[in-house]
Design a binder for this molecule. Structure first.
Ligand code: HEM
Ligand SMILES: [Ca+2]
Length: 332
């Protein structure tokens, strides 16, 4: 159908979303369709909202927007450190939008992700009812958690180890604000504004330094590049026999990474919802820019022998090294 605003969509019920996408999300929340801090945080928020769920019941409503509607409660949970920045920004816009908290929050994540070059075009389903209660504490994995407990939490929410790694593609457009006191925007890879496979490579490189004041913080291990942060959780998942092959398979495999991330996000963003009652409004999500060159390279001064490959069954792709002296990643 053709909407009054000129755009087309498969279902007339989705027409109301175009002004929300353009005037509220892109113009206001994302500072003119940027892949910046708000886009990154909106993606993280969709995870922290949805993972408040168990297939066995008793752990919250999943992708229901509870973290936005009941932000005073959920923001106090330790794993949600720093998330108040994005809930504070989203709350008045959510009220202005007329959408349910869950629809607003998960639409924002899909649109924000689309602003990152190389990202897949995430799906969006409309019609989540308002959340009934905050999620309980301790549903969101922490960077200090071990692989067994991280995989157990994902399994409890309905995700396989492979899907968990697929979801961690998000850390290609990510930075830390709260792990290193006094330092914000410390990126997890050297390209935090690009949805590429660089993070899967860099987390497997030999680590030797710590960003910020150079002091290791809980949940942080040595990173290979100045100014970059490596989460302990990413580090152990990249090296554990249960997940290392899924991790390594992402390196320099843009198509595989984006398609598996898209599929896992489609599941995450409707977790706990009755999908038969939702309307597919995926065509309101902007089409992300494609990367001109998705072939990644080792950062300057690194060679193939610096990769701590942890999947014996899989051959590492041969990667060239970027020219020039060792780099420092700037905060975002
Ligand atoms: C084992 C599971 C995970 C752990 C332990 C974890 C942990 C973290 C931590 C500690 C931060 C930095 C917070 C800060 O200091 O500001 C972060 C950032 C982020 N996480 Fe995760 N995360 C996990 C999974 C995910 C998943 C599944 C997604 C999305 C699908 C996600 C998306 C993000 C994004 C986009 C950021 C960056 C936010 C920003 O730059 O503002 N994470 N994560
Ligand atoms: Ca990146």
């Amino acid at each position: 159908v053709q909407c009054p605003t000129g755009q087309t969509t498969a279902n007339a019920a989705c027409c109301a979303l175009f002004p929300i996408v353009d005037d509220i999300l892109q113009a206001q929340l994302f500072d003119g369709a940027q892949c910046g801090e708000e886009a990154h945080s909106a993606l993280r928020l969709s995870f922290h909202d949805a993972i408040g769920f168990s297939i066995h019941g008793g752990k919250g409503g999943g992708a229901d927007g509870s973290i936005l509607a009941f932000n005073k409660t959920e923001n106090a949970f330790h794993a949600n450190g720093g998330i108040d920045d994005i809930t504070d920004e989203q709350f008045p816009l959510f009220q202005q939008s007329g959408l349910s908290a869950g629809d607003f929050l998960h639409l924002a994540a899909a649109v924000g992700t689309a602003n990152c070059p190389g990202a897949p075009r995430l799906k969006f389903f409309l019609g989540r009812p308002p959340p009934v209660a905050p999620a309980p504490d301790l549903t969101v994995p922490e960077p200090t958690d071990n692989v067994t407990s991280i995989l157990a939490r994902f399994a409890d929410a309905g995700f396989s180890p492979q899907e968990a790694i697929a979801l961690l593609s998000s850390h290609t457009v990510a930075a830390s604000d709260v792990i290193d006191p006094g330092h914000t925007g410390i990126p997890f890879d050297s390209t935090p504004l690009v949805f590429d496979t660089q993070v899967f490579l860099e987390v497997l490189l030999k680590g030797s330094m710590f960003p910020g004041d150079g002091v290791p913080q809980p949940g942080e291990v040595a990173s290979p590049i100045a100014g970059e942060m490596r989460l302990q959780s990413d580090s152990v998942l990249a090296r554990d026999p249960r997940t290392a092959c899924f991790w390594q398979a992402m390196i320099n495999n843009q198509e595989f990474m984006t398609s598996s991330f898209k599929a896992a996000m489609a599941k995450l963003q409707v977790l706990g919802q009755d999908k038969s009652k939702l309307i597919d409004c995926s065509d309101v999500v902007p089409v992300p820019k494609v990367l001109a060159d998705p072939i990644i390279k080792l950062p300057p001064t690194f060679s193939m022998s610096d990769i701590q490959a942890s999947c014996p069954q899989l051959r590492l792709p041969t990667l060239a090294t970027q020219s020039g002296p060792a780099i420092t990643v700037a905060p975002v």
